[in-house]
Design a protein around this ligand. Structure first.
Ligand code: URA
Length: 233
């Protein structure tokens, strides 16, 4: 199948899917991922945020109020930790900021419990930067299209550690089909940076029983961070 055939098939399938999902702008032209160059280098996290704000690389851009690039401490210093979620929900879509709803409030508490915060030492981002309709999971093609932004954010933040919240974040980042229950609680490698998958705060809000293992993960994360900060690699 040629690239043009693939594009036509993709357009056809997404039009059907958009129609089923009731997209308000389904007929609007989407700028396809291969029409824009997301692979080029970015000079700063601010520059990425600007690009994200106007991105139309996939159909998630059609229904968003605001794109949600991510946020962290100001300045150009290395950021100790990158925290990665799945994608914006309604509160994030309305505000343009990641993790500001109920799950976000819990995330802030979880981070505070191990002396981390988005204002001081954590950059908070998502696999996709625009809200999937009805809070569904991002599709693999949406995640793949958006991933270069996250890859660039991680490269610029250059963190000591990454915390991957939930299945979508862990699977996308690590390129594995394994479930979060199997993945959590151990470090994996992402381009030389240790990644710890743990439960997503939304899952903790749904199921109290997950709070204890999540706390074990957070303690492990803090201990590894302390070890790396002290230079004891
Ligand atoms: N859930 C996520 O995965 N990300 C957010 O930004 C908010 C909720």
């Amino acid at each position: 199948m040629t690239a043009e055939d693939k594009k036509q098939l993709y357009t056809f399938l997404t039009t059907v899917e958009d129609w089923i999902n009731g997209y308000k702008n389904a007929s609007q032209d989407v700028q396809f991922a291969d029409d824009i160059d997301l692979s080029r280098g970015f000079a700063s996290l601010g520059e990425i945020a600007e690009q994200v704000a106007s991105c139309k690389a996939c159909r998630l851009s059609l229904n968003r109020s605001l794109a949600v690039p991510g946020e962290g401490p100001a300045g150009t210093e290395r950021i100790q930790v990158v925290v990665i979620g799945e994608g914006p929900g309604a509160d994030e879509d309305a505000s343009g900021r990641p993790f500001v709803g109920k799950a976000g409030q819990l995330l802030d508490k979880m981070l505070a419990a191990i002396s981390l915060s988005r204002s001081e030492n954590c950059f908070i981002a998502n696999i996709v930067k625009c809200r999937p309709p009805q809070n569904r999971e991002p599709s693999p093609d949406e995640a793949a299209t958006c991933l270069p932004f996250l890859e660039a954010q991680i490269a610029l933040a250059n963190p000591l550690l990454i915390l991957a919240l939930g299945r979508t974040a862990a699977q996308t980042l690590l390129g594995t089909p394994e479930g979060i229950t199997m993945l959590r609680g151990r470090f994996y490698d992402y381009r030389g940076i240790p990644v710890l998958p743990t439960y997503h705060p939304s899952a903790l809000l749904r199921d109290e029983a997950l709070k204890r293992p999540a706390w074990e993960d957070l303690k492990l994360f803090r201990a590894e961070l302390d070890r790396l900060i002290s230079g004891d690699r």
